[in-house]
Design a protein around this ligand. Structure first.
Ligand code: HEM
Length: 372
């Protein structure tokens, strides 16, 4: 007996069609996170520092500053971890990915930890700015539970928002066919979740606000109707040497190509931003061997859920990964220990916050200002 990915309390009468084929049996098991029934939303924040080169981050100053806030005793995140990426302008971006159970907890943390005051003062520190001062970015998402779905191929390792779940579902019915991501989103039962096409004519030049002090620009980007955010993760830390080699030789290179395409030519498919990130060590953990580093994730922002669906279904890179995954499983006699998961959010404009201080113009949602 399969579970529905949509928990009982979020089920309602459909006015929108589902893509679930009749009598469909998924070819392999997958699971969704179950959150407490009283949870009405969650928060995911990406708080990052941007350096012209990776060496800029060697002094650990950015991580140490952000760690002080993130480990504050009042309303700290339920979970956070660190990840990095060198972007296509050669800049090194080091971010904390942090999760709170609701907006009130996030806002209380931001106030009481001193983060808000520090963040607000960043650009006025221009006079004292050191050569090695990084740019900073803050991207925060506040999805209500009806605008969130998750999929995991195993139940033994929590990732991302699963750290706030109370359990994993049983094997879910809605996966293994195109359109299943949409079918797992509770709001898709009654809403087409249409976004606004990402075109430069549609950019936020007029409505974004930017202030500059010397060379340091602070820019705020307003949210977009039904912006779609995906964090899609891969964890090969638990694989045998032969599975590890198979993953790194066959899947990882194709995945990298797909992520490079979304990063460099995302505008062709409605993708505003894509970062293919590696989990990096936590400076507060003295025993570095306890940091689990064989993990990556793609973090991408799309103008519309349909654009993300189309990329998955039509782009040769994801098609190759998708098809390759089945061959991969066959080669391993279905004993796959590679863990893959994703979390997808489709957000109202007021459920998004984007702010960039002293970052280069191709960062995150900044390309929409017309300067990217
Ligand atoms: C769906 C494999 C990376 C986006 C799937 C499915 C598989 C798969 C097997 C079908 C899942 C199911 O419904 O049972 C993989 C593997 C990856 C990978 C092995 C990496 C090694 C990514 C990345 C993204 C992505 C990086 C986007 C940033 C999606 C989406 C779906 C999907 C959105 C759902 C499509 C739909 O239901 O319409 N992937 N994928 N995947 N993948 Fe990936």
């Amino acid at each position: 007996m399969l579970d529905s990915a949509i928990p009982d309390h979020l089920h309602c009468t459909r006015t929108q069609p589902s893509s679930l084929p009749p009598n469909f049996q998924p070819p392999y098991p997958s699971y969704s996170v179950r959150f407490p029934e009283h949870a009405s939303q969650l928060v995911m924040a990406i708080i990052g520092a941007q350096y012209p080169t990776a060496a800029g981050a060697d002094d650990g100053a950015a991580q140490s500053t952000l760690s002080t806030f993130l480990t504050s005793p009042t309303n700290p995140p339920s979970f956070f971890e660190w990840a990095s990426v060198t972007d296509n302008k050669g800049f090194y971006n080091l971010s904390a990915l942090a999760y709170w159970p609701n907006k009130a907890a996030y806002e209380a943390w931001a106030e009481q930890s001193g983060f808000s005051a520090w963040w607000a003062a960043l650009d006025t520190h221009e006079q004292e700015q050191e050569q090695n001062d990084p740019g900073w970015f803050l991207e925060v998402f506040f999805p209500t539970m009806d605008r969130l779905e998750t999929l995991f191929n195993t139940t033994d390792a929590a990732e991302g928002c699963a750290h706030m779940g109370e359990a994993m579902s049983g094997e879910v019915r809605e996966h293994g066919y195109w359109g299943s991501m949409r079918d797992r989103l509770p709001l898709s039962q009654t809403d087409r979740l249409a976004g606004t096409p990402a075109t430069t004519e549609n950019s936020h030049t007029a409505s974004s606000t930017s202030t500059s002090t010397g060379t340091r620009v602070r820019i705020k980007i307003p949210g977009k109707k039904n912006l779609t955010v995906i964090r899609s993760g891969q964890n090969w830390s638990n694989t045998s040497p032969s599975e590890r080699a198979l993953y790194l030789e066959t899947m990882h290179p194709v995945l990298t190509k797909g992520m490079d395409f979304l990063r460099d030519r995302g505008d062709e498919v409605g993708c505003y931003s894509c970062r293919f990130m590696e989990i990096v060590s936590d400076p507060m953990v003295a025993d570095k061997s306890s940091n689990n580093m064989d993990r990556t994730f793609g973090l991408a922002y799309f103008d519309d859920l349909a654009s993300l669906e189309r990329w998955c279904k039509e782009h040769p890179t994801h098609l190759a990964i998708f098809g390759g995954f089945h061959q991969y499983a066959r080669k391993l006699d279905n004993n796959v220990t590679l863990r893959v998961f994703h979390e997808v959010m489709v957000l109202e404009p007021e459920q998004q916050l984007f702010e960039y201080v002293g970052c280069h113009p191709g960062t995150g949602m900044m390309w929409m200002t017309g300067s990217g």
